[in-house]
Design a binder for this molecule. Structure first.
Ligand code: KIV
Length: 276
């Protein structure tokens, strides 16, 4: 039961933001996966993922909701604590869930919960021009922040569904400007979801901070996928960027290693996983 503790390896230093900056500078791709519990966390660690995200996607893949909106702060803290117990090397990032950052003071209080109770090292929030003040405030309190742009699942009831974002020229320019402004406000990482590959490339090249993509093309500094999609567990309609690594992998660890390898070599994402 406690084998993940015995697997801890002092020859594999933990990933930090500095590690990720070095990887961006040297063109080494950053491999990231979501995770929601300690047992899978130990395997994701062994597979050598660089970032693990406790995503509010847990509302869909663990709890069976249609969206991420019902996920609460208490649930995020619980899953983050579980994942933290299984990890040694990857950087641990956690989502601020829906409506947990409407003011900078609430954003700070909830980020502190994710870090102090949950063990998170970076907090992620779905962002745009309205979150610049919040990002600046968190950064000013020494909190490492990832700003999530593009498709923002917490906003689906407002935006009308899970759709590719930034296809029109003016929307693309607004997203690029927002990414620049969030970086200037102190964001340490940017995550881009479901945007055309060309826009993913423009944003990645315009920023100093590492950019992680999901359905954002091959040019971002790294990739992230929902673990259950990589393990082929997800049922129903799958987005085109999903890579099921289970077929022929033998076991869960084999599938995770195949994903990390595909990201590192640039084999993933292939053109069929990308949007134009
Ligand atoms: O919640 C999540 O899993 C995410 C990923 C889709 C990046 O935000």
């Amino acid at each position: 039961m406690y084998t993940h503790l015995q697997l801890r390896d002092s020859t594999r230093p933990p990933v930090s933001l500095a590690t990720l900056h070095k990887m961006k500078a040297e063109g080494e791709k950053i491999a990231s996966l979501t995770c929601y519990d300690a047992s899978f966390a130990a395997l994701v660690d062994e597979a050598d993922a660089d970032i693990v995200l406790v995503g509010d996607s847990l509302g869909m893949v663990i709890q069976g909701h249609d969206t991420t909106v019902p996920v609460t702060m208490d649930q995020m803290v619980y899953h983050c604590q579980s994942v933290a117990r299984g990890l040694h090397r990857p950087l641990l990032m956690a989502d601020l869930p829906f409506a947990s950052y409407p003011t900078r003071e609430l954003a700070l209080a909830n980020s502190v919960r994710l870090m102090q109770e949950g063990g998170a090292e970076v907090v992620k929030l779905e962002s745009g021009p309205s979150q610049i003040e919040v990002v600046e405030f968190l950064a000013g309190h020494d909190i490492a922040v990832c700003a999530h742009l593009g498709l923002k699942p917490q906003s689906v009831h407002k935006t009308g569904g899970f759709r590719v974002q930034g296809r029109e020229a003016d929307a693309a320019e607004r997203m690029l400007a927002a990414a620049r402004d969030l970086e200037s406000a102190g964001a340490d990482l940017i995550l881009l979801e479901c945007i055309p590959s060309e826009l993913g490339q423009r944003i990645t090249e315009a920023l100093r901070v590492p950019v992680i993509g999901i359905g954002a093309g091959p040019h971002t500094d790294g990739q992230i996928l929902v673990l259950y999609d990589v393990l082929g567990i997800t049922t129903g309609r799958k987005p085109r960027f999903v890579l099921d690594c289970m077929a022929g992998a033998g076991d869960n660890l084999g599938a995770m290693k195949r994903y990390v390898q595909a990201v590192k070599t640039g084999a993933y994402p292939a053109p069929e996983h990308c949007f134009s």
